[in-house]
Design a protein around this ligand. Sequence first.
Ligand code: AMP
Ligand code: ZN
Length: 138
Amino acid sequence: MKKEDCIFCKIAAGEIPSTTVYETNEFKVFFDIAPASKGHALIIPKEHFDNIFSLDTETAGKLFSLATVVAGALKEETGCDGMNLLQNNGEIAGQTVHHFHMHLIPRYEGDDIKLIPASHEADKDYLAELAERVKKHI
Ligand code: AMP
Ligand code: ZN
């Protein structure tokens, strides 16, 4: 399924250009146009899924396997010291392109990129109760 006006569907189809690192029938890996760091790449399924809430588990599994390989390749060539895998779902979570994508963000000593703000310690009783409620849906 392809969505009209979805920029990543167009990238998947090769209708608009991207710096492609790797591609299969199902996935495409390309560099982010506005990289957070050197080597910042994105992995997308070619099929359109808005976000993780509509992604099927089989595609998710294959995508994460591919992410593992791509992470190693990026590390090899960039010499990065670490890497963040980031994946935003919904506008409130910072998603701006509503076609599922996984960010691979190489990290370098001293780069000072802040992806997740520091938080406060959670209420343990609340966590235990929430774990029970969430478990029912898995
Ligand atoms: P997100 O905020 O998780 O939705 O991330 C969307 C990402 O897509 C951003 O990091 C953008 O820089 C990137 N992006 C948007 N358009 C393009 C494009 N044409 N080619 C490559 N990356 C893009
Ligand atoms: Zn799409």
